[in-house]
Design a binder for this molecule. Structure first.
Ligand code: HEC
Length: 266
């Protein structure tokens, strides 16, 4: 699955390069104009360069953003296969949409967590060494040292499911089955005192699980809350006025003393 998804990405990147280097209306088979990034399209390594390094001189008029709707079809790539789309489309939403079929108990989750997660996150999600803490921290968000965990900070159980399924265990991510993921998420919820020890989490009861900090998340309200700060004609040039240097870091003595750097920096 992953191999094919990567191949798809490679095709997509190649497609973007093709767009970037072909002047509008140009025949894809015709030799490229000299003096544009197009002259670097000989081989794959150079293609990469053509993306990252702007061509000297004025930007070619064919940058993707300004490409006219009538730009020629390049003919690269192919329609993504349903399996390829499924491999990418694994997000889970707060209402449970996107959840796979399956179920898992807190007890099974405990076993799986000990095998796959505890080396880094501790047996009870307390975090081994400096690895992230996954449980506890309730009531600390307004303190000087807020401890942000699933129980104290995260908004939805779906955030946990999505994250664990997508990104953990670190170094071997996307290796867990759907049932394993339900079980581990159930255990994480139990560690955070949100479900009892005999709980079985499933696709059906998942949307009923609520995390305590959820009410503190709200939709982006800048359009109303910050409207008073918006200006109709924002300043776009020379806005700061003259700059006066009032102190230099060296004079303020914030520059570290010139100890020789440790290690070989070459
Ligand atoms: C090799 C160490 C390691 C293992 C094993 C591991 N993790 Fe993690 N985990 C991490 C690291 C590192 C992060 C932080 C990643 C980041 O912020 O990009 C993390 C982050 C997390 C987070 C998000 C924490 C937060 O509040 O931001 C969760 C949840 C999590 N891991 C769950 C798990 C689960 C469940 C397993 C077992 C299936 C697991 N991890 C296995 C290292 C590990």
């Amino acid at each position: 699955m992953w191999k094919s998804a990567e191949a798809l990405l490679a095709v997509a990147v190649a497609g973007a390069v093709g767009l970037a280097v072909l002047p509008a209306g140009a025949d894809p088979a015709a030799p490229a104009e000299p003096g544009t990034a197009a002259q670097k399209t000989g081989e794959t390594g150079k293609l990469q360069q053509a993306v990252n390094v702007p061509a000297p001189g004025p930007a070619p008029a064919s940058a993707p953003a300004s490409a006219p709707a009538s730009a020629p079809v390049i003919g690269l790539g192919r329609t993504a296969l349903p399996e390829e789309i499924a491999a990418w489309n694994i997000d889970v939403r707060p209402d449970g949409e996107g959840l796979p079929a399956g179920a898992g108990s807190v007890r099974r989750g405990e076993d799986l967590f000990l095998q796959n997660c505890a080396t880094c996150h501790g047996e009870f999600g307390e975090g081994a060494g400096r690895w992230p803490v996954l449980a506890g921290g309730r009531g600390t968000l307004q303190s000087d040292r807020p401890e942000k965990t699933i129980g104290s900070f995260w908004p939805y159980a779906s955030t946990v499911f999505d994250y664990v399924r997508r990104a953990m265990p670190f170094g071997n991510n996307q290796s867990l089955t759907a049932d394993d993921t339900y079980a581990i998420v159930a255990y994480l919820l139990n560690l955070n005192d949100l479900v009892p020890e005999d709980y079985v989490l499933s696709k059906d009861n998942f949307p009923k699980v609520e995390l305590p900090n959820q009410p503190n998340f709200f939709d982006d309200d800048r359009e109303t809350a910050e409207k008073a700060f918006w200006k109709n004609d924002p300043c776009m040039a020379d806005c700061a006025g003259a700059v006066h240097v009032t102190a230099r870091a060296q004079v303020l003595n914030v520059t570290p003393d010139a100890d020789p750097p440790k290690g070989n920096l070459e």
